[in-house]
Design a protein around this ligand. Structure first.
Ligand code: DQA
Length: 166
């Protein structure tokens, strides 16, 4: 009986919890997913990946915003805007910028919004220049190598983090 009551209280707490806003950022060339090197990045389009994420986010009671750009400037501006937009968490695949953008790294440090770095491919199995990331040491964690599932795994961890820090 007592257990039942506890579960009910937990349900009520979950229902009254405000939705967290989570920003998904995709870097350059990820707009080409589906046709871009499908043997490396899989056959799903960015649109279908985003749709699955938004759907999964809803189930977890979060509001997801997806953004892709090929331009470093636009990505930086989006990150700078995150605190004003009340973004609680960022999931980012910086794509090629992973390996050389100090400016994007600095933007994430400046806003101090917790984030997870995501890659579809396992960057450590690939060319040596992909082994270094300007983000991994400042990210909560890195998920790399699970195709489109990398994003879903990141969302699950973001949810876990948000619950734990509520
Ligand atoms: C990538 C890996 C990067 O090295 C590459 O430049 C990308 C995609 C990935 O998701 O596997 O564009 O971030």
């Amino acid at each position: 009986m007592k257990l039942l009551k506890l579960d009910k209280d937990k349900d009520l707490r979950l229902k009254s919890r405000p939705m967290a806003k989570i920003l998904i950022i995709h870097g350059p060339n990820l707009n080409l997913l589906g046709s871009r090197e499908p043997d490396v990045y899989g056959s799903k389009t960015l649109d279908s990946i985003n749709k699955s994420l938004v759907q999964e986010g809803k189930k977890l009671e979060h509001q997801l915003f997806c953004f892709q750009s090929n331009s470093e400037q636009q990505l930086i501006e989006k990150i700078q805007q995150a605190p004003n937009d009340e973004i609680a968490f960022i999931i980012i695949n910086p794509a090629a910028f992973t390996h050389y953008s100090i400016a994007l790294r600095d933007a994430l440090l400046a806003v101090a919004v917790p984030f997870i770095e995501v890659h579809l491919s396992n960057i450590f199995k690939r060319e040596p220049f992909r082994h270094h990331s300007y983000f991994s040491d400042i990210a909560l964690g890195v998920i790399s190598g699970f195709g489109d599932r990398s994003y879903l795994l990141a969302l699950e961890e973001a949810h876990h983090y948000l619950l734990a820090t509520e």
